[in-house]
Design a protein around this ligand. Structure first.
Ligand SMILES: CC(C)(COP(=O)(O)OP(=O)(O)OC[C@H]1O[C@@H](n2cnc3c(N)ncnc32)[C@H](O)[C@@H]1OP(=O)(O)O)[C@@H](O)C(=O)NCCC(=O)NCCS
Length: 192
């Protein structure tokens, strides 16, 4: 049974479209079928955005990445006075059930994207999702979230969770486009 993405009507079969050219639903079908929807057909290059996901794969954070990662988080306004990025990274990497995935920037030195992820033994959680401002809206956020989901799924995690400020509508829209849903829960917390 084929579960592949539907192609736009009238277009040649076998062509895989940049995410900006297919609907979210088609993208979800393709992702579920494990199909790659990130690269451009040669025919369509002239009417597509530049492809940012073709050549650079997502990889695990390395010890030499700290400065680039802190710059990326700062550029994406993810740093908070009460979170020390070095400590957050060290604590994450101490634990075999969590990691940080990063992606190089395709055009300059530095990192283009990151996500911190881990399993608490029951659910998977995502933090510090960041795409460099000059790379946003090219499918890179989707690429790193899917890589994070795969990392967690390979470790037996069945559900991915994340927290967002309720007024962060852009990121809510981003996750909705990846088939995430808002759940009716109360989030409670206590500092230790
Ligand atoms: C959220 C973020 C990671 C998205 O990364 P991205 O690479 O721009 O996302 P993608 O290009 O993969 O977007 C996939 C889809 O999500 C939706 N989307 C992405 N950004 C959106 C926005 N600002 N507003 C509305 N929808 C958006 C769109 O449907 C998009 O598809 P389209 O471009 O074909 O329309 C990026 O905007 C970012 O780093 N923001 C700053 C840091 C941040 O707030 N991180 C979340 C911390 S909780």
């Amino acid at each position: 049974m084929s579960t592949g993405a539907r192609l736009p009507r009238g277009e040649p079969r076998g062509v895989v479209y940049h995410p900006s050219l297919i609907s979210n639903r088609e993208r979800i079908y393709a992702a579920r079928a494990g199909k790659k929807t990130q690269w451009l057909s040669r025919q369509d290059r002239c009417r597509c955005l530049p492809d940012m996901t073709e050549d650079l794969s997502v990889r695990e954070y390395g010890a030499n990445d700290f400065a680039a990662l802190a710059t990326l988080w700062s550029d994406c306004d993810l740093l908070r006075p009460w979170n020390d990025p070095q400590k957050d990274i060290d604590r994450c990497l101490e634990n075999p059930s969590s990691t940080i995935l990063v992606r190089e920037h395709p055009e300059r030195k530095g990192l283009g994207a990151s996500v911190m992820l881990g399993s608490d033994g029951h659910r998977g959680w995502l933090y510090y999702l960041a795409v460099a401002p000059d790379l946003q809206r090219h499918g890179v956020g989707q690429q790193v979230v899917r890589a994070a989901e795969n990392w967690l799924a390979e470790r037996g995690v069945g559900k991915v969770m994340l927290m967002l400020r309720p007024d962060n509508h852009a990121v809510v829209d981003f996750y909705r486009s990846l088939d995430y849903e808002i759940e009716d829960r109360v989030l409670m917390a206590h500092w230790l």
